[in-house]
Ligand binder design. Structure first.
Ligand SMILES: [Zn+2]
Length: 260
């Protein structure tokens, strides 16, 4: 999932890691928010950011970065207000789990095809994340459809994607914003007044929580460097498709070498 669900963990990992993250503007804005929330003043934030840059970006050039950092440090200090004039409290996003209820699962179950069920489940998860991010209960999904489809492991061309969304709209599961250039959709089948049957904590693999609920055999790939989830067609399956194919190819290569 592309959304950073736990900003504190994300920043603390970034501070510890020696890995240079490509997404550095987003990183820096978050880092600045983190430092301000620690009670640092503008000068101290600036100093900490510079230290971070020296440590994490080998090619860091203070002169080239000066105005960009100044802009971010100033922006981080600015107080943001809602339309009604209320101040938006600055805090780090820390979403650890999303609860799915029985009533919601039953609504999804009523859909006829698996890809549609997976998409409805994915949109529901995303809508609950956006509720937490926006501190509201509106169930609007404000993410790119392609990211949601990828998280849901749905392979569909654009035409099929549109058809699926339309089907969910026609069935009343979704409302779409009719504004031009907007891809926002609202989930209409959320129902918190029902027993929780599933708690999603692993947001990279949430679709497998749903597939497990459907009775599918979900396994974690046994290759050391891979933690991919996969649906085991047979009981003894140990590896995800990608690793299985690589292992098969390695085996064939090894044996053809022997035969030379
Ligand atoms: Zn694997």
């Amino acid at each position: 999932m592309k959304i950073i669900l736990n900003e504190r963990k994300y920043i603390e990992d970034a501070l510890k890691s020696s890995d240079v993250n490509k997404n550095n503007s987003k990183n820096l804005a978050l880092l600045i928010k983190y430092y301000y929330l620690q009670g640092k003043d503008k000068g101290e934030v600036r100093q900490s950011v510079e230290q971070y840059m020296i440590k994490h970006y080998p090619k860091y050039n203070p002169i080239l970065w000066d105005s960009h950092i100044t802009k971010l440090v100033d922006a981080g200090k600015r107080v943001k207000k809602r339309k009604n004039g209320d101040t938006i409290k600055k805090e780090l996003v820390e979403i650890d789990e999303i609860c799915i209820t029985k009533a919601e699962i039953n609504k999804i179950k009523a859909l006829r095809k698996l890809p549609l069920k997976k998409l409805a489940f994915g949109l529901l998860v995303y809508s609950k994340i956006h509720n937490q991010l926006g501190k509201n209960n509106t169930y609007w999904v404000n993410s790119e459809l392609k990211d949601i489809l990828s998280d849901c492991k749905i392979a569909a061309d654009r035409k099929k994607q549109r058809l699926m969304i339309h089907e969910l709209i026609n069935l009343g599961y979704l409302t779409s914003s009719n504004r031009v250039n907007e891809t926002k959709t609202k989930v209409n089948f959320a129902n918190e007044d029902s027993d929780v049957v599933l708690v999603v904590r692993d947001f990279d693999y949430f679709i497998y929580d749903y597939l497990k609920l459907l009775g599918q055999r979900v396994k974690i790939c046994k290759t050391n460097t891979c933690d991919q989830r996969f649906i085991a067609k047979e009981n003894g399956s140990l590896y995800c498709n990608k690793c299985k194919n690589r292992r098969n190819k390695d085996y064939i290569d090894k044996n053809s070498d022997k035969n030379k």
